[in-house]
Design a protein around this ligand. Structure first.
Ligand code: SAM
Length: 334
């Protein structure tokens, strides 16, 4: 088997796939209200094209797939895509990132189709803040989706909170309590400077160090035994007089202040079929053109092996320099 190893000796074993750039929410930090028009329908990869690409990656040692977007559940028939992907030899971790507005409807079917687990965005527990941050939608649908995901066994459920000063930084402890009550892990994320939200990410930015101190003002934390294999540093809660035993993990993700590029093990596939090697670079290679021109799997794999050598050593955004990510996360697939 030809493994995907880049010139910095990083082994690529994880692909994140955006299945649509459409989303039913317009989160402040992700898809600004005036965002670009969406991809034309015929431009996005068909399910059989996605499955073919994943099969090629699996042949080269990729074992983890995450479906994301935009909002993956707004694309029709996602259960069928999950079913196709779950049958690919070598893929042993099939996960989805969702805002959960539609999850209560699909959780059981997704689980039965082979989805292992979900990450769910949850930035607030207050309906009015939800409207401000997410630009619409109903918080109660998200909360229902979280419950259904846990009930369906799409576990561990990881909740993702992008922390923003003055918007949700006063809710972190409540969010941890919510995670405990729902047996979900919680991950706090630094806001990254995406195109058009540079001002927001500067004004609202809170470093993960500060976020961790806020959480530690209420919970005593100790490093978790397992790392999770991703960018988060995980901690568990020490039982104290104030806080009883809990099995959940609290993760801290610091793409800005302490980036984790040296251990980056992933690539991204956009909804239109562009393979992106690094979140911080707009360059990519158009796999859709190759597969629509009738290329064989073997040739496609050779191209991927070659292009992986161009994976940049790391992204270039830091909060000081603030070189924003060119496209919004909903376009790239966050
Ligand atoms: N619609 C789905 C959702 O809301 O989870 C999936 C797509 S969304 C782009 C995936 C993740 O990207 C979200 O969990 C969010 O935390 C993260 N994200 C988006 N924009 C971000 C930003 N500017 N900084 C940090 N994280 C961001």
């Amino acid at each position: 088997m030809n493994l995907l190893i880049d010139k910095y000796n990083r082994r690529i074993e994880y692909i994140r796939i955006s299945v649509t750039d459409r989303c039913d929410l317009k989160c402040l930090y992700c898809t600004p209200k005036d965002s670009d028009s969406h991809s034309r329908r015929r431009a996005i990869l068909r399910f059989e094209e996605i499955t073919r690409i994943v099969r090629c990656f699996a042949d080269m040692g990729v074992s983890r797939v995450r479906i994301t977007g935009g909002e993956p559940l707004v694309r029709k028939d996602m259960v069928s895509l999950i079913n196709q992907l779950s049958h690919i030899n070598g893929i042993n971790d099939l996960a989805m990132t969702t805002n959960a507005t539609l999850l209560s409807k699909y959780a059981i079917d997704l689980k039965n189709a082979g989805l292992k687990r979900v990450n769910i965005s949850l930035d607030t527990l207050k309906p009015e803040t939800f409207k401000t941050v997410c630009g619409g939608g109903e918080l109660k649908d998200v909360l229902e989706g979280i419950k259904e995901a846990v009930n369906a066994g799409l576990t561990p459920v990881n909740l993702n909170t992008v922390v923003m000063r003055g918007l949700n930084d006063n809710e972190l402890i409540d969010i941890v309590h919510f995670a405990i009550e729902n047996s979900a892990n919680i991950r706090f994320i630094e806001c990254m400077p995406v195109r058009r939200i540079v001002n927001l990410s500067k004004e609202r930015f809170i470093s993960i160090k500060e976020v961790k101190s806020l959480v530690e003002s209420h919970f005593e934390l100790e490093p978790a035994k397992s790392s999770g294999g991703g960018p988060a540093s995980y901690f568990t809660i020490k039982p104290t007089i104030r806080n009883s035993q809990s099995a959940i993990k609290i993760g801290f993700i610091s793409p800005i202040t302490q980036h984790f590029c040296e251990s980056c093990n992933r690539v991204r596939l956009t909804a239109e079929g562009i393979l992106r090697l690094c979140l911080g670079y707009k360059d990519g290679i158009d796999l859709r053109d190759y597969i629509r021109s009738g290329i064989s799997d073997e040739s496609l794999k050779e191209i991927i092996i070659k292009i992986i050598q161009n994976k940049p050593q790391g992204h270039q955004f830091s909060n000081d320099k603030c070189i924003p990510i060119e496209q919004s996360m909903s376009m790239i697939g966050g």
